[in-house]
Design a protein around this ligand. Structure first.
Ligand SMILES: NC(=O)C1=CN([C@@H]2O[C@H](COP(=O)(O)OP(=O)(O)OC[C@H]3O[C@@H](n4cnc5c(N)ncnc54)[C@H](OP(=O)(O)O)[C@@H]3O)[C@@H](O)[C@H]2O)[C@@H](O)CC1
Ligand SMILES: Nc1ncnc2c1ncn2[C@@H]1O[C@H](COP(=O)(O)OP(=O)(O)O)[C@@H](O)[C@H]1O
Ligand SMILES: [K+]
Length: 463
């Protein structure tokens, strides 16, 4: 599991550990890991030109001690102090190793573009969102030079992933002890670049935000055994599509056809059902199910279709048009799968507000509707009542294509039908869907059907 802890959790763990360690030991561990990561990025230290942006706190201390190591490996290091002072011992170590203090990026002997890397030690977990004007000006002058952020890109809100004004956009973020929420949750996560975790020995509690890794997905995926038959494996029912949007029914059934459930039932107009069975002859008609998927392409029949599905008292996936009919808890275990626009409409706020504060709004909706809320996006969030969140880090931007959500709803419904909890079904389904998109894309364009086709290959490998 990739776990993302809050600043308060990190500080508490640090305090526990520091009781048994000499002063400064954790900073030395952090700085050593940081120096190695920068050397890796640069392919060595000799002859490289490095600029450290140093703020007032321990984040600068990490950057300055790491830079001293780079100096000893033959790098030319300049340091620009942003603020009234900086980490004194770290600065002394850097100067002793041969680093130079500069007054501004304009005052360096080399052209600014000749720096091989900028090390962002402006603020870390002690920072407030936003950057001061001198930091913004320095970063603007350094545009185009690769940036390594120390712990977090300075200026982002570490505990929420929100941004408020200027912030660093890094190519690599080197963090310590554990991931922070900003490494997983957008928009801050998009500013991190690749994230490298350095172990400094912290003993941490359970995290409220996490990202499944392949081993956990494999452990959660249901597998039939010799005693199973199609009914014990779970039957998923799809109520999707309409005469206006028949394709949504096909895509939703294609997502449910990943093979995890034992059987698929389809309920819809005769015309749509005929088209579904032409493409998916194994799909059967109405009957008992262990989970329903309601909403993709349902058009104006969505509210009635949701009512019918809820009458069965089994878990439901509510997607697309049916989300507009949700105005409170549904009374059955449920996964709601809105994108930002749909969640905004459900909560009576603007889409931009949901995009800016995605973690907050996903948690708010999970509490208000007493359901698992899967907020779709680059890093999809899966929130459950109580505030726990899983973030999906699989997928590629090519997945932002019409109908991809229909495939996802079908897949999550089939996982729910096997008996997974709404929380596990949503997060596992989202992970597999993203991995299938990455596989199908191979760096190029895809349509939703390609994602559905790639699902079984991913499931086969992950087992
Ligand atoms: N905890 C751990 O386990 C370990 C932590 N380690 C390292 O320590 C880092 C945390 O260090 P930290 O606590 O000294 O805070 P840090 O982020 O450097 O600076 C905060 C100061 O900056 C200021 N400031 C605030 N906002 C600002 C802004 N927007 N723009 C400009 N300035 C701003 C504000 O000062 P003020 O302006 O209020 O006087 C505040 O006091 C952590 O990220 C990691 O790198 C590792 O060494 C090892 C283990
Ligand atoms: N920038 C992005 N990067 C990766 N995946 C994305 C991005 N934007 C959207 N997605 C994913 O694409 C899918 C789009 O689903 P959705 O908006 O419901 O489409 P539709 O309603 O047409 O089926 C979701 O799985 C979402 O997480
Ligand atoms: K930083």
């Amino acid at each position: 599991m990739r776990s993302a802890h809050t600043v308060a959790q990190v500080r508490a763990s640090e305090a526990d550990l520091m009781r048994d360690l000499p002063e400064g030991a954790l900073m030395q561990r952090a700085a050593a890991g940081l120096a190695h990561a920068i050397l890796d990025l640069l392919g060595g230290g000799y002859g490289r030109r490095v600029l450290v942006l140093a703020g007032v706190g321990d984040n600068a201390g990490d950057a300055l001690y790491a830079a001293a190591t780079l100096c000893r490996r033959g790098s030319a290091v300049d340091v620009l102090v942003l603020g009234p002072h900086t980490h004194q011992a770290g600065l002394a170590a850097l100067l002793a190793a041969g680093g130079r203090l500069i007054d501004s990026v304009d005052s360096v002997a080399v052209a600014v573009a000749d720096y091989d890397v900028v090390v962002d030690g402006i603020v870390g977990i002690g920072g407030r969102p936003g950057l001061r004007s001198e930091a913004t000006a320095a970063l603007a002058a350094l545009a185009g030079v690769p940036v390594v952020a120390v712990d977090v890109p300075s200026g982002v809100d570490v505990d929420t992933g929100e941004v408020d004004g200027a912030h660093v956009v890094a190519d690599l973020t080197v963090t310590f002890g554990t991931h922070k929420v900003a490494h997983l949750v957008d928009p801050a996560a998009s500013a991190c670049g690749a994230v490298h975790l350095v172990d400094i020995g912290l003993d941490l509690p359970v995290a409220a935000v996490e990202a499944l890794q392949p081993g956990e997905v494999a452990a959660l995926l249901p597998r039939p055994d010799g005693a199973d038959h199609k009914y014990t494996r779970g039957v998923v029912g799809i109520r999707a599509g309409s005469n206006t949007y028949p394709g949504a029914a096909l895509l939703c059934v294609a997502g449910a056809s990943a093979g995890v459930a034992g059987m698929i039932r389809f309920v819809g107009s005769d015309a749509v059902a005929d088209r579904v069975r032409t493409v998916h002859p194994e799909v059967v008609g109405p009957g008992r199910v262990q989970a329903w998927v309601v909403g993709p392409g349902a058009d104006d029949g969505a509210a009635g279709t949701l009512r019918e599905a809820l009458a069965d008292g089994v878990p439901v996936v509510v997607d697309a048009d049916a989300l507009a009919a949700v105005d409170g808890p549904l009374g059955v275990p449920a996964v709601l799968t809105p994108h930002a626009g749909e969640l905004a409409a459900m909560l009576g706020v603007e889409r931009a507000q949901v995009e800016q504060r995605s973690l907050h709004h996903a948690r708010l909706a999970a509490a208000r509707f007493d359901a698992v809320v899967l907020l779709k996006g680059r890093h999809t969030l899966v929130a459950r009542p109580g505030g726990d969140v899983r973030v999906t880090t699989t997928g590629v931007p090519w997945l932002a294509t019409a109908g991809a959500g229909d495939v996802l709803a079908g897949l999550i419904g089939s996982l729910l039908a096997t008996g997974l909890s709404p929380w596990d079904a949503a997060s596992v389904g989202s992970w597999v869907h993203g991995a299938a998109a990455t596989r199908a894309s191979a760096g190029g364009p895809i349509v939703a059907g390609d994602v559905a086709h790639a699902l079984r290959g991913i499931l086969r490998e992950i087992h």
